[in-house]
Design a binder for this molecule. Sequence first.
Ligand code: FES
Length: 95
Amino acid sequence: MEHTEKQNERHQQKITVQNKELIFTDASRTLLECLEAEKIEVHYHCRDGYCGACRVTLNQGEIVYPNGEPLAYIGENEILPCCCKPITDINITVE
Ligand code: FES
């Protein structure tokens, strides 16, 4: 009998960071996890949207915070990778 693979919607966004291109798939829960999996170092502390340590600059694209807006203060073009996910292809700068 044939095993039917579940065709769940594939959400794959391209992340451009420095000179690298990564693919964000549902295997990563957050942008931070995806960056770490690719050995891109991002400073972090709480990993929960409180401290702001992980902030990076979003140059292009859109992200969402699945667990609600984070509490840490961030500038207008900054995002917190520890608690966000890209919903479009994005381009970010990690300081
Ligand atoms: S690590 Fe604290 S806000 Fe991201």
